[in-house]
Design a protein around this ligand. Structure first.
Ligand code: TYD
Length: 204
């Protein structure tokens, strides 16, 4: 059975690197999977991504647009891929909306869940790999190497700490969450992630 796995975490914690390492591993071991991202993943959702990440807007509008891009992504990419038997691995999904718009922007988890009723009803991940690292710690380690590419990345420390708190709360309450504390050695972190996914029967 095709599985739906998402990756979550604060900015600069090595999520993209870990996605790349998992993709390489799955390819080498002949396991079919498609990789995608949010916001984005289809031509229309990528157009919405440009607007969401660069134009100023209210918190409510931001949450609505992330959810709209998600509906498009679900209908035109995720569900068709799962339907054809492919495992789907997505860089961020609804849990980013709960952490960023719900906790950090202050809309609240309940409101964000209402806005995302479609995803909640038809397309929830089998597992969420949460790279558990405080964003201020990751910035310190990278000594300011992170370049701010968009509006959300450019938010202040308080915002990013609130995002982290939101993820920690989700990790505490949601069974879909697998928390992985990253190691300094990225290949050791990749091994931890593979092990956790194997234990849940999500990859071989
Ligand atoms: P991206 O460049 O993909 O960030 P990263 O490399 O950290 O994953 O930009 C996505 C940004 O959008 C990121 O700051 C997280 C934010 N985001 C939300 O605020 N809500 C959401 O629902 C999603 C999917 C992303």
């Amino acid at each position: 059975m095709a599985k739906f796995i998402t990756f979550e975490g604060c900015e600069g914690v090595g999520k993209s690197t870990q996605l790349k390492l998992l993709e390489e591993y799955l390819k080498e071991t002949g396991q079919e999977a498609v990789f995608t991202r949010e916001p984005g993943g289809t031509p229309l959702a990528e157009k919405l991504r440009e607007i969401i990440l660069h134009d100023e807007m209210s918190a409510e509008c931001e949450a609505d647009l992330f959810a709209a891009a998600r509906c498009e992504h679900i209908d035109n990419f995720i569900l068709p891929a799962l339907g054809s038997g492919k495992t789907v691995i997505c860089d961020r999904f609804i849990d980013s909306s709960i952490a960023y718009q719900g906790y950090a922007r202050g809309l609240g988890r309940k409101r964000v869940e209402e806005i995302n009723a479609y995803a909640l009803n038809v397309c929830m991940p089998d597992a969420v790999v949460f790279i558990d690292m405080n964003p201020l710690e990751s910035w310190r380690r990278q000594k300011g190497k992170i370049i701010e590419n968009d509006r959300l990345e450019a938010e202040n420390d308080g915002f990013h700490l609130a995002v982290y708190k939101g993820f920690k709360e989700l990790a505490r309450t949601e069974k879909r969450f697998i928390s992985v504390v990253p190691d300094e050695d990225k290949t050791a972190t990749a091994r931890k992630i593979r092990q956790a996914l194997r234990e849940r029967g999500l990859i071989r």
